[in-house]
Design a protein around this ligand. Structure first.
Ligand SMILES: Nc1ncnc2c1ncn2[C@@H]1O[C@H](COP(=O)(O)OP(=O)(O)OP(=O)(O)O)[C@@H](O)[C@H]1O
Ligand SMILES: Cc1ncc(C[n+]2csc(CCOP(=O)(O)O)c2C)c(N)n1
Ligand SMILES: [Mg+2]
Length: 338
């Protein structure tokens, strides 16, 4: 059987097959006009619109031998929604850009659409439209632009942390980075491996969980962003490039020092991460693993909402992040310098 390729179908044909996939993401009354016209029309209930964009590139941000198109679609939406949540906003819409080699299988693109639609439904963010373009041989770039609404809250920026605030995390740390390490080491669980289900020992299950988190990004605490804003968070960020690097951005923007508590962080390294990678590498991933997309925020000590784990405090300083008083020997992710 010869597989249908993008070069075998017209743009219009591909779109007519993608729209039904996104159709049931368009529910909210705020969508005045969805995909199909020159642009979508979204009501802006609170008057402030939050906008972000983030893309994934084949071979750089995913590998086809590790990740399925559905997982990639889920992950690229999750990354964007985490940025909306990190401002204290709720996601209200998504625009999708796809630039792909014409030899790409149509089935691959539709499966990507399924993953996008799944994450869109989870986040309550309708797919409003997008753009298609051809790319060079072997190239695929998937870009998402996400729109969010502050629902009357002020935006929670990176520069509002004050000495005396506590630093708290909502969600996991190091799991995605741990999964990447396992995949790079050839010990990972890929989309081609059968799911373990109830079978498998605890090590195999730990490896499966970490790799699945890396491949599709799971459990992004989307709703916790607006909750933190309502609770008076003074600064917030989503963790994309590693805890220490991203908190360094908060510390630098706010003009504070962030002092993290190694014991509190060790609790995040326990469980699957330590089982799969050993205690030392598990802690390294907690401090520097990328693509976790959990939220980190600063609060007045009495204002930390339920579900957030306090991991440190802000003190007088100018952008340093220390763990138990020491500058940790880790960096984080950088697209260009590694
Ligand atoms: N090409 C660009 N042109 C203009 N502004 C950009 C460009 N790339 C990034 N920015 C802006 O720089 C800031 C940091 O971008 P970045 O992509 O690192 O976002 P982030 O939230 O730090 O990371 P992530 O998207 O991984 O959560 C954002 O405000 C973003 O809009
Ligand atoms: C094949 C492959 N190699 C490496 C990585 C790791 N990686 C890519 S982007 C990123 C940080 C966040 O980026 P952004 O700031 O754009 O959200 C990380 C840790 C991967 N996912 N796939
Ligand atoms: Mg971010």
């Amino acid at each position: 059987m010869t597989r249908e390729r993008l070069q075998d179908v017209s743009e219009g044909e591909l779109l007519s097959r993608l729209f039904p996939i996104f159709g049931d993401t368009v529910g909210p009354a705020e969508v005045l006009l969805g995909p199909g016209d020159d642009a979508a029309v979204l009501a802006a209930p609170s008057g402030g619109v939050v906008l972000t964009t983030d893309s994934m590139v084949r071979g750089r941000d995913w590998r086809d031998d590790w990740s399925s198109p559905t997982e990639i679609g889920h992950k690229v939406v999750a990354q964007n929604v985490a940025d909306i949540a990190a401002m204290g906003a709720v996601p209200t819409g998504l625009l999708i850009t796809l630039a792909a080699d014409p030899a790409t299988e149509v089935a691959w693109v539709l499966a990507l659409g399924e993953g996008i639609a799944r994450a869109a439904r989870e986040a309550g963010a309708p797919v409003l439209g997008g753009d298609l373009s051809a790319a060079g041989e072997g190239s695929i770039v998937v870009g998402i632009t996400a729109v969010g609404d502050l629902q009357g809250h002020r935006a929670v920026r990176r520069d509002g942390a004050e000495p005396g605030d506590v630093v708290a995390v909502r969600g996991s740390l190091g799991r995605s980075g741990g999964g990447l390490q396992l995949l790079l080491a050839g010990r990972g669980h890929t989309h081609r491996d059968p799911p373990l289900g109830e079978t498998g020992d605890s090590l195999a299950r730990a490896i499966e969980v970490l790799c699945r988190v890396h491949r599709r990004t799971e459990d992004v605490p989307w709703r916790a962003g607006p909750e933190a804003a309502a609770a008076g968070a003074t600064a917030m960020i989503d963790l994309s490039d590693g805890l220490v690097r991203d908190l360094g951005r908060v510390a630098a923007a706010s003009g504070t020092r962030i002092e993290l508590d190694g014991r509190a962080l060790a609790a995040f390294a326990a469980g699957p991460l330590t089982l799969a990678l050993g205690a030392e590498e598990a802690m390294r991933q907690v401090l520097s693993g990328g693509e976790e997309h959990s939220l980190a925020a600063t609060f007045a000590p009495a204002a930390v909402p339920d579900g957030w784990e306090v991991i440190g405090v802000c003190t007088d300083g100018s952008g340093e992040v220390v763990v138990d008083g020491q500058v940790p020997p880790v960096t984080g992710w950088d697209h260009f310098s590694g």
